[in-house]
Structures are given as structure tokens and as C-alpha cells.
Design a protein around this ligand. Structure first.
Ligand code: GLN
Length: 197
């Protein structure tokens, strides 16, 4: 059974665990570098990116997380997780993991609508995915090696760069597990490729 880790320092952890299990994979709580070594792919949940970064630093996990991504292991960031993955952040002169070739802007859907749900079309996944946006970021720009998978109101809200996947919204907060299943498929493809090397 594939093992999918969820970075469990802060944020919507249990919802991701539930979604992974609903897809028939094993969900693993990742709280340390040691936990990271036992998983085939990793989900960075939504929450608060600044708080998560502080905890990543205090657990000395920044370089191990970057090494996990550069080793080709699949990573999926949702909402704050997308912010953690991206190479550039609008208004900041630093990034966090910096493994997704994209520029991301935080809190870009306006504070007056703190939270909303809307159906969106996602390439290769769904024509009507119920996307929950909570003080969501959006992707302002992507590099040539990044494929745009979804837009909402002309803003990029989901993208993939090989084994790195990111979205602005919270797929784990619905009972629709198609995005989680899509990520698990990415992990299985990576494992199959490794087995053939
Ligand atoms: N606004 C949050 C941040 O900047 C992200 C919100 C979320 O993950 N729901 O980290």
C-alpha cells in the first residue's frame, strides 16, 4: 500500500488523512525528518503558512523537506501548503521550500469573502470540482515547466510541475476525493518509475 504523509505541524491535517484513507492508501502523520523517510509522497496542508514555517524551522525540517522534493518524491501543497512550495511570494523577498517554479500571492481573494465554495474545472481531474477557498492564495505566474491545471475567475488556482502539485483551495474539506486520488496516482507512477530504474 502506498504511504502518503501529511505534514502535521499545523493546519488541516486530519481531513487530509481521512481523504487519503478514503482513496485506499495509508495516511502517515509526519512531524519530524524521521517520519519523512518512511513516506512515498507528502501533502502540505492548508493552515497558516507563517506559523507552519516557524514550526518547520524549529523542527529543523526545511532542508529535509527540500531534499525530499529534489529527490523526485511527489509533494502536494494545498492553500498554505502551496505558499510553502512556491519559489516566489508577492511582497516578500524570501520563499519557503521554493520547489515549485511559480509566483504566489497570499490572501488574494479578498477578505470580505473569507470563505466560499465554487465548482471549478480541473484538467485531467474533474469538470465540476467543489473548491473551497479560505483566505486563499493564487498563482500569479508559472515557469515554462509548470502546467496550469485550473483557473478561477482568470486566476491560476492549481498547477503541476512534474512531481510537484499545488492548489489554492482545500480539496480535503469536501467528500470529493478525486484530487487526492490524482495525487496518489502521481505517487504510484513515481514508485513504478523508481522500480524500473
Ligand atoms: N492565508 C493563509 C496563509 O497565508 C492560507 C490560508 C489557508 O491555508 N486556508 O498562509
Amino acid at each position: 500500500m502506498v504511504k502518503i504523509g501529511v505534514l502535521a505541524l499545523q493546519g488541516a491535517v486530519s481531513e487530509h488523512m481521512r481523504s487519503i484513507e478514503a482513496c485506499g492508501a495509508e495516511a502517515v502523520v509526519v512531524k519530524s525528518t524521521n517520519d519523512l523517510s518512511g513516506v512515498d509522497g507528502l501533502i502540505l496542508p492548508g493552515g497558516e503558512s507563517t506559523a507552519m514555517r516557524r514550526l518547520i524551522d524549529s523542527y529543523d525540517m526545511l532542508s529535509p523537506l527540500q531534499a525530499f522534493a529534489t529527490a523526485g518524491k511527489p509533494m502536494f501543497g494545498t492553500c498554505a501548503g502551496l505558499i510553502l512550495l512556491s519559489k516566489n511570494l508577492v511582497g516578500y523577498d524570501f520563499a519557503h521550500l521554493g520547489v515549485l517554479n511559480a509566483t504566489v500571492e497570499r490572501n488574494s481573494f479578498g477578505r470580505q469573502v473569507d470563505s466560499f465554495e465554487t465548482p471549478i474545472e480541473i484538467k485531467d481531474v474533474a469538470t465540476d470540482f467543489p473548491a473551497v477557498f479560505i483566505r486563499a492564495p493564487h498563482i500569479v505566474e508559472v515557469g515554462v515547466d509548470v502546467e496550469i491545471l485550473a483557473k478561477y475567475e482568470n486566476r491560476i488556482v492549481m498547477a503541476r510541475q512534474g512531481h510537484i502539485l499545488g492548489c489554492s483551495f482545500h480539496p480535503e474539506l469536501t467528500d470529493d476525493h478525486r484530487i487526492t486520488a490524482y495525487f496518489i496516482e502521481m505517487v504510484k507512477e513515481t514508485l513504478a518509475k523508481e522500480a524500473n530504474v
